[in-house]
Ligand binder design. Sequence first.
Ligand code: APR
Ligand code: PHB
Length: 394
Amino acid sequence: MQTSTTQVAIVGAGPSGLLLAHVLAQAGVAAVIVERQSADHVSARIRAGVLEDATVSFLTEVGLGARMQAEGLPHEGFTLIYEDLAPLRIDLQALAGRSVMVYGQTEVTRDLMRAREALGLKTVYEAEDVAVHDIQSNRPSVSYRLAGEAYRLEADFVIGCDGYHGVCRATAKATGSLREIERAYPFGWLGLLADVPPVSHELIYANHADGFYLCSMRSPTRSRYYLQCRLDEKVEDWSDERFWSALAHRLGPDRAAALVQGPSLEKSIAPLRSFVAEPLRFGRLFLAGDAGHIVPPTGAKGLNLAVADIRVLSRALVSFYQTGSEGALTGYSDLALRRIWKAERFSWWMTSLLHKFEGQTLFDRRIQAAEFATLAGSAALQKALAEAYLGLFD
Ligand code: APR
Ligand code: PHB
């Protein structure tokens, strides 16, 4: 067993882990990341694409703004559609004076990985059998195997940035003081990425009689589309042709006239889930990002919540090392959970409004349509929606 030490041991090199390590490095706090997958695997994952302005500001503040500002697409609004009712454009700028930025999580991750490489900082990739120990002591540690060798990394703190299926929440669960609160939805999203110009220059979220669809993008030449699908469907059953024709049908002839089809670069099915772990701290172990909470993607909150967690947690850790006080660390869980629950509420509401629910009665469907019509008729409700989409602050 080879033992090493650091100040902060981070499990998981997704956006949460990489961003935390980046901010800590800037403040002179040593951190090592232990990641189960390879660097290539991590940098190739296709995930979310919409950044709140608070996310853009924080990434810019910590020196990660250059490529995002040059290549990201500022969006001043998006459109909601409910069956054949008149489409509703949510004018974010006019309603709330702010915009979002369309810039893929894949690009955020690559920017973080490059910044880390440039500083020569250590990430252990392809670690096996990762386990967390002694979280109730002042000397917690992370053990793992690499190329058959056993390692132990001792630290002051362990931060679980290892996503929904990670080992850190499982370790927290073993303390007996973790509560898991969740709702699973009876459908998924089938996503397709293609190098074709987007059908619309802004995002379209729609509830069609066949189910939800979303028209999004990564750039003026790369589109990202989603269709609501059943949970028992297999991606192999969805040829590109089947996907494009289902999307064209849901778009309707007028909008579909502008749809450019092309071969998929990626196609996958993701289930929709709302999930919160309470609390987010167990002794010297903290949870952040998807390890602590999941939102259905309808509100575009997943990555933004992860960045907001790291904004609070990184400041708390830096304050601990600068002042010796645990005050900010003690406040992390409650502060983060207040924001997380607001985003959970918003994501659940967007999901409820925009999807077709199996077994939905005519009453349910009419109520859903009336919810949309009420929103369309109320500047106040649209403003509340714009504010929630733009970001719910601490
Ligand atoms: N040991 C080490 N690493 C692990 C382990 C483990 N046992 N289990 C998982 N990991 C790694 C995964 O391989 C992944 O690289 O932890 C990382 C978690 O990354 P994400 O799932 O991307 O989670 P996070 O960094 O919190 O990012 C949140 O991702 O899914 C989206 O909507 C979400 O956009 C949000 C963002
Ligand atoms: C995406 O582009 O992948 C995307 C955009 C908005 C969402 C979810 C996903 O709400």
